[in-house]
Design a binder for this molecule. Structure first.
Ligand code: FA5
Length: 343
């Protein structure tokens, strides 16, 4: 049987060989348990001390303890080395360049038409109006008959109106809200109604088959033409600024008497005449007038007691003037290069 120093030498040699093969912290931990654990070879050597001669025991015990300290020191160094290696490997795998430019975030914005509708709502709510919504799909009664349109009026023609069935149509104007509102609420009534309109018309730089209007309706005792004029004049100067040049001219709509139309000086040609303003120098932006007694009656309101005014604002046209947009088609094309100009 080999002497104790020989056994110690052999153990050291075996340990060093096995240590060289260790490639990770887990393996190292297993090796540590194997050599320094209670059932390990060092512990067995300690037990063998009992069989040594008493005078050899201190020396042999020291040799075993020295080996134990040597192994512990190897374990500590190897553990530190392996930890650094493992961290380096992880850093390499998860490496990221903090100096790279970030990904561009796109900021959404409201459509320019929605922005202008919000501005119009703000102006009118400040004046005491409330917002009411009407249906996009409605009956002939609310879109035409209730508004005093004669049965043979050209606006009812298939060329202008999209009929969904004999009874339902896509509304051609937001004025369909008028009789709904009158039938549902008792006067005084002070409402605006923004919404979509549809007309079977030729598309051009200033007209579309799909556009937006905001209806204005004010009914009370003693409402006069002066109220209409003052309200709409105030509205226009708040929306377009004091400098915008406007003109009010008489016009005809079956549901108002008298009726008028309002034009704003064309932004594109500044009045000299171009295709947007049909060479007139003016762009028509809304129609208005005093509510016709027949319409009040359809809404169950007594025209002897009440009077009112109404207006229908063309939102695309107003937005074109405010934002210097030269073609109405841009609003529906969804071209991001156009839309991002209105943050
Ligand atoms: C009407 O629609 C009436 N309901 C307005 C009204 C309301 C009059 C209340 C009296 C009392 P008109 O068809 O003119 O009227 O349209 C009103 C505005 O909508 C026009 O001035 C214009 O700015 C806009 N508009 C009309 N048709 C189109 C279209 N095809 N494309 C874009 N905007 C349009």
């Amino acid at each position: 049987m080999a002497s104790l120093p020989e056994q110690i030498g052999e153990l050291r040699f075996r340990f060093m060989q096995e240590l060289q093969e260790v490639s990770g912290s887990k393996d190292l931990e297993t090796l540590k348990v194997k050599y320094l654990g209670k059932k390990g070879p060092l512990q067995s050597l300690m037990q063998e001390l009992r069989h040594c001669l008493p005078e050899e025991r201190p020396h042999s015990g020291k040799l075993i303890n020295d080996l134990k300290e040597e192994l512990v020191s190897h374990f500590e160094h190897s553990a530190a080395r392996l930890k650094t290696q493992e961290q380096d490997r992880q850093f390499q795998k998860e490496w990221l360049d903090a100096t790279l430019p970030g990904r561009r975030q796109f900021r959404g914005a409201l459509h320019p038409i929605t922005q202008v509708i919000h501005r119009i709502i703000d102006i009118f709510t400040e004046m005491g109006f409330s917002v009411r919504l009407g249906p996009d799909i409605d009956t002939d009664f609310f879109n035409f008959e209730g508004l005093n349109f004669p049965p043979d009026h050209p606006a009812r023609d298939m060329q202008d109106t999209f009929y969904l069935s004999n009874h339902s149509i896509l509304r051609t104007h937001t004025s369909n809200v008028q009789v709904h509102a009158m039938q549902e609420c008792k006067p005084p009534l002070r409402i605006i109604a923004p919404g979509r309109c549809f007309r079977n018309e030729d598309i051009s730089a200033r007209s579309h088959v799909f556009f937006h209007q905001v209806e204005v309706l004010y009914i009370d005792k003693n409402v006069t033409f002066a109220d209409l004029f003052a309200t709409m004049d105030e509205f226009l100067s708040k929306l377009l600024g004091e400098k915008a040049e406007t003109r009010f001219r008489p016009s005809y709509f079956p549901f108002v008497e008298p009726g008028l139309e309002v034009d704003v000086r064309c932004i594109s040609c500044k009045g000299s005449g171009c295709r947007i303003c049909k060479h007139s120098g003016w762009l028509e932006v809304f129609g208005a007038g005093m509510v016709h007694p027949n319409v009040l009656r359809k809404g169950n309101i007594d025209p002897e007691e009440y009077s009112g005014f109404a207006a229908g604002l063309g939102i695309e046209r107003l937005t074109m003037l405010m934002r210097d947009i030269r073609d109405i088609r841009l609003f529906t094309e969804n071209d991001i290069r156009f839309l991002e100009q209105f943050p």
